[in-house]
Design a protein around this ligand. Structure first.
Ligand code: C2O
Length: 555
């Protein structure tokens, strides 16, 4: 395997005045073909620096991260960085045709941003076609020197990336689905740190192993990098304490199961205090769709080996049923933010913009093709120019700013019979909601039942939001606000909206630019389950979108 270029330039002198220990952390990402063997099968994939998952980036809060991406693959590439970053961040956000045109084969682009106001686990992935199946990695933010975790320092910190694997070229899997108008093929396996684990054929040696010392506490930084499936994650005989989600600290939450949606991250502390032995960690899908549809119902597992272990048979955890919504809901709703902890942002109490946004899968008007929509607008990416460039240069014809604040008509959103009405039909558009700089927006995300109800993980670029409340059925506009947690709600960038239910989120639009909000299931994004925010410039130079970097790729 190829060693990769790893350049850490220390620029403390340069930044000495404001941030005593801040560094410029510089990396090079070479994106190119890689041949790997998995599941008795040889497959050419696209990967960064010859590894799957790609490199783990480690920074401290306050650092500046600079990543030079060179595209030596045959495909268009962009990289998106989960989290909220300041300075040039909009130009570095990455979704193709939203904030930049793709990096064409043979070309490069340098992503630059400041790591501020966040600690914990984030991640990066390709944001074009389905390439993110193999182009992804961890982004770990630790406290700056002299600062501490709001919990005892773990003995070791281990990234655990749950991935999804096809015995096929994922770019073709997606385009075949898109051309046929039918769902693309299901995956063949899930992986932990790139390894499927010993429940899959030819995979005994492809099992991730973690050696631990009895009595010590480890931090597992769990990332769901799978494309289309949420997961239940368990460790046999061990409980976990959640301490942060999406790089925002939580009130410590003790649990025997973690539920994690694509896009989300969950940091847990685990004390390995059991008998010396070996224990499986395992992940299997939480598939919420009702009525159920076929999905890859397999289990990936890795091994936790206590030092000194000689036992022949590892212990396997009992995993919830794939449709165990009560367990998923309990986990997702029991998490609370660490109010007053490092980087805690209080909930803004005055709301400037109220939005009610339906979320679901429907049919395209004039045919029987699947489509997905938010407020019945099925989002299509532009192809001539990125939306952010159109915003900056005032170019019309790329998108419009009339994304509706609410559905055109009120209906019984979660009634299973609404699929028989003409409301099922949606139309394509490229619309954003315009927000004034620093305005506070509250959004009710409401699942619809046209073809099925389903838990959709909605990811918002550019902002962390507070999750004020979640529930099942139709949101009650009158009584809903009585249940809001305005004191210590979880703060996240991806919310798994309950199946056949709703979630209320709130954030302050303090980041000028054009930002995508979308379902993080990759079967739904190309179907149009997305919308955009256009956040206007603020009054001061530091609150204005800077000009594009000179190397911004051309369409
Ligand atoms: Cu992790 Cu727009 O995506």
């Amino acid at each position: 395997m190829e060693r990769f270029v790893f350049l850490v330039a220390i620029a403390s002198a340069l930044l000495a005045s404001s941030t005593a220990s801040a560094e410029i952390v510089e990396h090079s990402f070479i994106v190119k073909k890689l041949t790997v063997r998995k599941l008795c099968h040889e497959q050419v994939i696209t990967a960064v620096n010859g590894s799957l998952p790609g490199p783990t980036l480690r920074v401290r809060e306050g650092d500046k991260l600079v990543v030079h991406v060179l595209n030596e693959s045959p495909y268009n590439v962009t990289i998106h960085w989960h989290g909220v970053f300041q300075l040039l961040s909009a130009w570095a956000d990455g979704p193709a045709y939203v904030t930049q045109c793709p990096i064409r084969p043979g070309h490069g682009y340098t992503y630059k941003f400041n790591i501020t106001g966040q600690e914990g686990t984030l991640w990066w992935h390709a944001h074009v076609s389905w390439l993110r199946a193999t182009v992804y990695g961890a982004l770990i933010i630790r406290p700056r020197s002299g600062h501490r975790y709001p919990f005892p320092k773990p003995h070791k910190e281990i990234p655990i990336l749950i991935g999804e694997w096809w015995n096929a070229n994922v770019v073709n899997v997606e385009s075949q689905g898109r051309l046929s108008g039918l769902p693309p093929n299901n995956s063949d396996a899930y992986t932990i740190n790139g390894r499927p684990g010993d429940l899959y054929p030819c995979s005994k040696k492809q099992t991730y192993k973690l050696k631990v010392v009895q009595g010590k506490t480890y931090m597992l930084r769990i990332i769901n990098a799978a494309l289309n499936n949420q997961h239940f994650f368990k460790i046999a005989n061990h409980r976990m304490t959640v301490v942060s989600v999406d790089a925002a600290y939580t009130e410590p939450y003790l649990t025997d199961v973690v539920v994690i949606a694509p896009g989300q991250t969950t940091d847990v502390l685990v004390t390995f205090d059991q008998r010396i032995g070996s224990y499986y960690m395992a992940a299997k899908p939480y598939a919420s769709t009702v009525p159920a549809i076929p999905f890859d119902n397999t289990t990936t597992r890795g091994l936790i080996l206590y030092e000194g272990d000689t036992s022949p048979a590892p212990v396997m955890p009992a995993l919830p049923d794939f449709d165990d919504t009560p367990t998923a809901h309990r986990f997702y709703t029991n998490l609370t933010g660490l109010a007053g902890g490092p980087h805690w942002v209080p909930v803004p109490l005055h709301v400037d913009e109220h939005m009610f946004v339906t979320v679901g899968v429907n049919l395209l008007r004039g045919g029987q093709r699947f489509a997905a929509s938010m407020n019945n607008e099925s989002f299509v990416l532009p192809s001539r120019l990125s939306m952010l460039e159109a915003f900056f240069d005032n170019v019309s014809g790329i998108y419009t700013t009339d994304f509706p604040d609410k559905p055109a008509v009120k209906f019984d959103y979660t009634n299973p019979n609404i699929g028989n009405t003409s409301l099922i039909f949606t139309k394509k558009s490229t619309k954003v909601k315009k927000l004034k700089f620093n305005s506070t927006v509250e959004i009710v995300l409401q699942n619809t039942a046209f073809l099925a109800i389903e838990n959709h993980p909605i990811h918002v670029h550019g902002f962390n939001f507070h999750v004020l409340a979640q529930g099942f059925g139709n949101y009650d506009v009158v009584n809903g606000p009585k249940c809001f947690n305005l004191v210590n709600p979880q703060s996240r960038n991806t919310i798994a909206v309950p199946v056949g239910g709703w979630a209320v989120i709130r954030f302050q639009a303090n980041n000028p630019g054009v930002w995508l909000a979308h379902c993080h299931l990759d079967v739904h994004l190309p179907l149009g389950l997305a919308m955009g925010f256009q956040v206007e410039n603020g009054p001061t130079p530091s609150s204005m979108l800077p000009p594009p970097p000179p190397d911004l790729p051309k369409c």
